[in-house]
Ligand binder design. Structure first.
Ligand code: URP
Ligand code: ZN
Ligand code: ZN
Ligand code: ZN
Length: 462
C-alpha cells in the first residue's frame, strides 16, 4: 500500500515545515515538497492540517484482570479506539501474580495482544522477588525486547512491590540496561487510611481521594527516586498527579538525577469534585489511582510539561463498566480502579495544551509521542515523521471540533471521563503501519494487524 499525504505541515518534536509525506508498505519513504503521487497511491489531502507522528500512549491496560474483574476493552477494541484518536502505538503492562513466573505472564499477555489493531509493546511488572525473577528479567531484556519494568508501590495484599523487591529489581534493571518505572503511592498508608475511613462509616466513592492524599503519592515518589539515586538507575514515574510528586522529580533532576515523569490526560483536566457527584454511579466511574485532584495540582502538572520535568502524556486506559464499578457500591475499596481515555488523549492535550498557548505543536508532538519513543528506546522508528520511520502518521485538523461522549466513543467502556467536553483539534486521518485505518470518522481498524514492537536495552554490556 502506498499513501501520499499531500499539502500539510509536518510537525516533529524539533521543527515544523511544509512537506508531503509518502509511505510505501509499513515505512515512510519520502518527506519533501511537491512529491509525485505514484500511480497506485492513495492521496490524502492535508491542506490546512498538521501531519504528525502517530501518538504513543505509554500507559494502557487492555484486557487486564484486576480487582476481581477484567477491563472492558481488550487489545482489539482498545487499540482500535486509540487509532480513532490518532494513537498508533500503546505500551501496555504484563502484570504477573505474585509467585507467577514473569515469563509465563509475558507469554499470556503476548497471546492476548495478538488481536491488537495497532502496534504494542510491554512494560513487565515485578510484583515479587526471587531468583527466577532475576533470571526472567534477563531473558525478557535479552530475548524479548523488553527494556522497562514496572513496580506498583500501592495495592497492598495484591501486586504491591516491597522495598526489597524495588531495590533488587532496580539493581537488576541497571545491570540489564532497562529502565524501572513506578506507580508511586505508599500502599501501606493507603491501606490504613482505607480501614480508618470504612471504620468511620465513610464507604462511598467520596472516600477514595481521602484515602490517597498527595502526600501518599509524594512519599512513594521520593522513595523510588532515592532508591534509584543510590543505585544509579534512571527511573520513570507513571501517572504523576500532584504538585508534591512533581517537586520530587524537579529536585532530583536539578541534582542531575535521570528521572522522568508521566502525566495523564485525565489528571490534566479533571478535578476531584467528580467524587462528590450526586449520582454515586458517576462518582464511581472516576475512581482511579492516583485520584483526580484539585485545580492547583492540574496547574502544576501543566507547568511540569512546559518546564521539562514531566515528559510524556498517557491515559492509564483501564475501563470498567458501571456493573463492574458497582462491585464497590457499599465499600469504595472494592471499586475496580481505572478510567478510559486512549481515544481522547491527543485531542484533550491539544485542546487544553496547544489552544491555550501552553504548548507549541512541536512540544505537543514531544509529549504525546517523541519523548515516549526516546525514553523507551523505539526512536526514530516511532515518534518521528522521517524517512525510514514506521508509517504511523496522524493528520490533524486544528480547526476540527468534537464533543467527547460515551455515546460516540469507540471504546467498549460505558462511560467517558471527558463527557461533554468539546475539543478543537482532532485527528482526521490515521495511518498505522502504512495502512489508512481512520478517515474522517470512518474507523477501519483491523483485528490482528498490530505488531509486537521489540525495544532494545540501553546498553549491551550485560
Ligand atoms: O486506577 C488505576 N490507575 N488503575 C490501573 C492500574 C494502575 O494503577 O495503573
Ligand atoms: Zn545479577
Ligand atoms: Zn498505576
Ligand atoms: Zn496503570
Amino acid at each position: 500500500m502506498t499513501i501520499l499525504i499531500r499539502g500539510g505541515t509536518v510537525v516533529n518534536a524539533d521543527r515544523a515545515f511544509r512537506a508531503d509525506v509518502l509511505t510505501e508498505g509499513d515505512r515512510i519513504v519520502a518527506v519533501g515538497e511537491n512529491l509525485e503521487a505514484p500511480a497506485h497511491a492513495e492521496v490524502i489531502d492535508a491542506g490546512g492540517q498538521y501531519v504528525m507522528p502517530g501518538g504513543i500512549d505509554p500507559h494502557t491496560h487492555m484486557q487486564l484482570p484486576f480487582m476481581g474483574t477484567v477491563t472492558a476493552d481488550d487489545f482489539y477494541t482498545g487499540t482500535a479506539a486509540g487509532l480513532a484518536g490518532g494513537t498508533t502505538t500503546i505500551i501496555d503492562f504484563v502484570i504477573p501474580d505474585p509467585k507467577q513466573r514473569l515469563m509465563d505472564a509475558f507469554q499470556t499477555w503476548r497471546g492476548w495482544a495478538e488481536k491488537a489493531a495497532a502496534d504494542y509493546t510491554f512494560h513487565v511488572a515485578v510484583t515479587w522477588w526471587d531468583d527466577t525473577v532475576h533470571e526472567d528479567m534477563g531473558t525478557l531484556v535479552k530475548r524479548h525486547g523488553v527494556n522497562s519494568f514496572k513496580h506498583f508501590m500501592a495495592y497492598k495484599n495484591a501486586i504491591m512491590a516491597d522495598d526489597e523487591t524495588l531495590v533488587k529489581s532496580f539493581r537488576r534493571a541497571l545491570e540489564l540496561g532497562a529502565i524501572p518505572t513506578v506507580h508511586a503511592e505508599n500502599g501501606e498508608l493507603v491501606y490504613q487510611l482505607q480501614r480508618e475511613l470504612l471504620a468511620k462509616g465513610i464507604r462511598g466513592p467520596e472516600a477514595h481521594p481521602l484515602s490517597r492524599p498527595p502526600e501518599v503519592e509524594a512519599e512513594a515518589a521520593n522513595r523510588a527516586i532515592a532508591i534509584a539515586g543510590v543505585l544509579g538507575t534512571p527511573v520513570y514515574i507513571v501517572h504523576v498527579s500532584c504538585a508534591e510528586s512533581l517537586e520530587a522529580i524537579a529536585r532530583a533532576r536539578a541534582r542531575g538525577q535521570r528521572v522522568y515523569g508521566e502525566a495523564l490526560a485525565g489528571h490534566l483536566v479533571i478535578d476531584d469534585s467528580v467524587y462528590r457527584h450526586a449520582d454515586p454511579e458517576v462518582a464511581r466511574a472516576y475512581v482511579m489511582s492516583p485520584p483526580f485532584r484539585s485545580s492547583h495540582h492540574q496547574t502544576a502538572l501543566w507547568q511540569g510539561l512546559q518546564g521539562g520535568n514531566l515528559h510524556t502524556t498517557a491515559t492509564d486506559h483501564c475501563t470498567f463498566c458501571a456493573g463492574q464499578k458497582g462491585m464497590g457500591a457499599d465499600d469504595f475499596t472494592r471499586i475496580p480502579n481505572g478510567c478510559g481515555g486512549v481515544e481522547e488523549r491527543m485531542a484533550v492535550v491539544w485542546d487544553a495544551g496547544v489552544n491555550t498557548g501552553r504548548l507549541t505543536p512541536s512540544e505537543f508532538v514531544r509529549v504525546t509521542s517523541t519523548n515516549a519513543a526516546q525514553i523507551f528506546n523505539i526512536y526514530p522508528r516511532k515518534g518521528s515523521v522521517s524517512v525510514g520511520a514506521d508509517a504511523d502518521v496522524v493528520v490533524w485538523d486544528p480547526q476540527g471540533t468534537r464533543t467527547l461522549s460515551a455515546a460516540t466513543q469507540h471504546s467498549k467502556g460505558d462511560f467517558n471521563v471527558f463527557e461533554g467536553r468539546t475539543v478543537r483539534g482532532i485527528a482526521t486521518h490515521t495511518v498505522a503501519a502504512g495502512k489508512l485505518v481512520y478517515a474522517d470518522g470512518d474507523l477501519r481498524a483491523e483485528r490482528g494487524a498490530g505488531r509486537y514492537v521489540e525495544r532494545p536495552a540501553f546498553t549491551n554490556n550485560v
